[in-house]
Design a binder for this molecule. Structure first.
Ligand code: DX5
Ligand code: ZN
Length: 216
C-alpha cells in the first residue's frame, strides 16, 4: 500500500488547521508542506510559524516539509523546532549537499533529498546511503495543479533499482501531478509515498481521493 501525503499547497489557507485535521481524519499518512522562497522557485509560500501552527492538527501524521529554498541549511533547525518530522532539501539548491544532509540529521528529523525533473539520479550516488527519502519531482516545482513530466516514471524505476541493489530501506516519494488515475504507474515504477495537492483538496470527495491513491 502506498503512503498518501496531501500537499497543503492546495488547501484553503484561511482554514488551514481545519483542512489538515480533515485529511488526517480521512486517512492521510503524512502531511506535505511546500515551503517556497521566491528565489529557488518562482512562488512564495510559508515558513516555520505556519508549520508550528498546523502541527497539532496533523496529530499522528508525519509532517513532511519540502524546502524549495536556497541555502536551506539556515532554516532546518527552525523547521524541526516547529514540528517537522522529515525535511527534504533540493539537490539543486545545495552546493554542499552532504553538509545539508548532515545539518538535517543533526536536528533529529528524517532526511530527504528532492530532485527536479531534469536532475539525473546519479547526483545521489555518493549520498544515497545517508537518506531516509528521495523526493522525485514529477513537475517543475513552484505550483500545484500542473501536469506531470512523464520522464519521471523511468527515473523512479532507476532510483528504486539502485536502492534495492544496495539493500537500503530509503523511501521514494513522488510529487506533482499525482492523481488517482496515474497513481498506479508511480507505484509500479517504485514509489512508496504519493504527494497529491489538487487531487485531494480539489476533490469533491476527499476521502475517496485518498483511498484511491492508497489503493494504487
Ligand atoms: C510543487 C509542490 C507540490 C504541489 C503538488 O512545487 O512541491 O507538492 O503541491 O501539487 P499537485 O498535486 O496539485 O500537482
Ligand atoms: Zn512538494
Amino acid at each position: 500500500m502506498a503512503l498518501v501525503a496531501p500537499s497543503i499547497l492546495s488547501a484553503d489557507f484561511s482554514k488551514l488547521g481545519e483542512d489538515v485535521r480533515e485529511v488526517v481524519a480521512m486517512g492521510a499518512d503524512w502531511v506535505h508542506v511546500d515551503v517556497m522562497d521566491g528565489a529557488f522557485v518562482p512562488n512564495l509560500t510559508i515558513g516555520p510559524i505556519v508549520v508550528k501552527a498546523i502541527k497539532p492538527s496533523a496529530g499522528k501524521a508525519m509532517l513532511d516539509v519540502h524546502l524549495m529554498i536556497e541555502g536551506p541549511d539556515r532554516y532546518v533547525g527552525e523547521f524541526r523546532d516547529a514540528g517537522a518530522d522529515l525535511i527534504s532539501v533540493h539537490a539543486e539548491a545545495c552546493p554542499h549537499l552532504h553538509r545539508s544532509i548532515q545539518a538535517i540529521r543533526a536536528t533529529g528529523a528524517k532526511v530527504g533529498v528532492a530532485l527536479n525533473p531534469h536532475t539525473p539520479p546519479e547526483v545521489l550516488d555518493w549520498v544515497l546511503d545517508e537518506l531516509d527519502l528521495v523526493l522525485c519531482m514529477s513537475v517543475n516545482p513552484g505550483f500545484g495543479g500542473q501536469s506531470l513530466v512523464p520522464a519521471v516514471f523511468g527515473k523512479v524505476e532507476r532510483i528504486r533499482k539502485e536502492i534495492d541493489r544496495r539493500g537500503l530501506s530509503t523511501l521514494i516519494e513522488v510529487d506533482g501531478g499525482v492523481k488517482p488515475e496515474n497513481a498506479a504507474r508511480f507505484t509500479a515504477a517504485g514509489a512508496h509515498v504519493l504527494v497529491a495537492g489538487s487531487a485531494v483538496f480539489g476533490a469533491k470527495d476527499r476521502r475517496a481521493a485518498i483511498d484511491a491513491l492508497r489503493a494504487a
